[in-house]
Design a protein around this ligand. Sequence first.
Ligand code: IMP
Ligand code: MG
Length: 180
Amino acid sequence: MKTVLTAHELQAGVDRLAAKLNARWGDRPVLMVGVLGGAFIFLADLVRRLDMPIEIGFVRASSYRGQTTRPGELTTSLEGLPAVRGRHVVLVDDIFDSGLTLDRVSADLWRDGPASLETVVLLLKQGRAQVAMRPDHVVFEIPDAFVVGYGLDYDGLFRNLPELAALEPHELPQPDRRGE
Ligand code: IMP
Ligand code: MG
């Protein structure tokens, strides 16, 4: 595994984003919505630096399945989320890769009538987008590699690494050749 961002660099990035959001929102109440599972550590660090009155909720999105780094079928669930109608919502995810997840969850949330909706990601993988939307706030742009740590997993593992690391090619699964 190769370090992409150290724990220190990650914390400095979260500091910068929090300062931006504090300036943007002032005293206005915001509903912060994290995308599970990847965003939980980023969201936990971010909200402890925010000064406005905030509520926190979670949505669930899953696309990666088993030992593969490629997206499978995307499923989302807003079950258990506090009421969104009329609220200023900030949607928080770990990484914008194809963008399909953020695009879908944003559309789901807009359907519930928020006063506004902004999107925040810790990471944006360069040259991968398959959708027209882009996050409103990006903390770090990274090259196209499969990364783990600071909440991001590979087959359920490595979310607890304090730094962000790229898996080396030999650590990645063999391409799925079914159907060939
Ligand atoms: P997207 O829908 O392709 O933008 O992918 C977004 C979701 O896929 C993220 O919320 C992550 O959970 C997961 N993901 C994408 N790239 C990576 C990666 O490099 N490492 C770990 N998870 C990833
Ligand atoms: Mg995710």
